[in-house]
Design a protein around this ligand. Structure first.
Ligand code: GRG
Length: 288
């Protein structure tokens, strides 16, 4: 199975699970349940959830036990996208080719939908009955992780003295921490040894950084239609990105080197890492 086929297969499983789990839009108060469904089912590659399942698969974990956990991670990701699009953040009107949530449901419901998804995510992760998973996720999205990266990102907008290390600080937290946690959680759920978990986390931090560098590059080189959101928004908001601090060519080389380094990290494992390698390659090849 190719990585693209794996992602399509897992997306179907994750979406079916979430469709069953999330309350119907007819449940009172209808606006929040409709808003949640609008965001969750507006598209998305389910990359983080698939990484979690792939790590679990690599260590022969139980594929039914990891599914709610992986779906929970996807809800965290959806919440971060909703809040990232808000007028007080990136002020983006389009997400996944559709009007962003606050454009359809208003800012108040969009903030609350993000908050609700955050809570629902922990409900799902707790289903595996392992406190370590909750701790890994909480730390990855807190002030030393995703939120910390977002704060540094917001505060760096418009600054002219931003360097490569500053952008790395932001990207490693804003994007790579959740990607790393997705893999770590998959490996822990499968009962992998601490040595192997360390290896999978190193792989995660490398593809996580590469993922955000590619995101920066696509914001310059792609089109609104292919990307499903407004390209050029990083430049418009004068954001700290790799192309801004070190140019397009060096950014492309760095993303490639990070991905190669990630694949090299996996050679220390005796398990079958074909899918994980394929997902790393996908990070570099993706067009949206
Ligand atoms: C609590 C106000 C508040 C904010 C939350 C918004 C936020 C903190 C963090 C932002 C993190 C963020 C949006 C990082 C960008 C990561 C990224 C590259 C997203 C795109 O991911 P894809 O390509 O998206 O996997 P799909 O659509 O495929 O799911």
């Amino acid at each position: 199975m190719t990585a693209a086929e794996y992602l399509a297969f897992q997306k179907e499983r994750i979406d079916a699970f979430l469709d069953d789990y999330l309350l119907l839009g007819s449940t009172k108060p209808e606006s929040i349940h409709n808003a949640i469904r609008y965001s969750v089912f507006s598209g998305g590659k389910r990359f983080r959830a698939s990484l979690c399942i792939a790590a679990n698969d690599a260590f022969n974990g139980d594929c039914d036990r990891v599914l709610p956990v992986a779906a929970g991670i996807e809800l965290i990701h959806t919440y971060s996208l909703i809040h990232d699009d808000l007028p007080c953040m990136d002020d983006d009107n389009i997400r996944r080719g559709k009007p962003s949530l606050h454009r359809v449901f208003g800012e108040n419901i969009a903030i609350l939908a993000g908050d609700a998804l955050n809570a629902l995510a922990f409900d799902l992760v707790s289903r595996a009955d392992d406190c370590r998973l909750i701790q890994i996720l909480a730390r990855a999205i807190g002030t030393e992780g995703m939120i910390g990266g977002q704060v540094a990102d917001v505060e760096s907008n418009g600054l002219s003295d931003i360097g490569e290390e500053d952008v790395k600080f932001i990207h490693a937290r804003k994007t790579a921490k959740l990607i790393t946690a997705s893999l770590e959680i998959g490996a822990v759920t499968a009962g992998a040894s601490s040595e192997k978990i360390k290896i999978i986390m190193e792989f995660g931090s490398k593809i996580g950084l590469a993922f955000q560098i590619v995101d920066d590059i696509l914001d310059i080189e792609s089109s609104n239609e292919v990307l499903g959101k407004d390209v050029g928004s990083d430049e418009e908001n004068d954001k700290a990105t790799y192309p801004k601090v070190c140019g397009l060519e060096r950014s492309k080389n760095l993303a490639r080197d990070m991905t190669d380094g990630a694949m090299n990290t996996l050679t220390a494992l005796s398990e079958d890492t074909t899918i994980l390698n394929g997902l790393a390659q996908f990070v570099i090849d993706r067009v949206n």
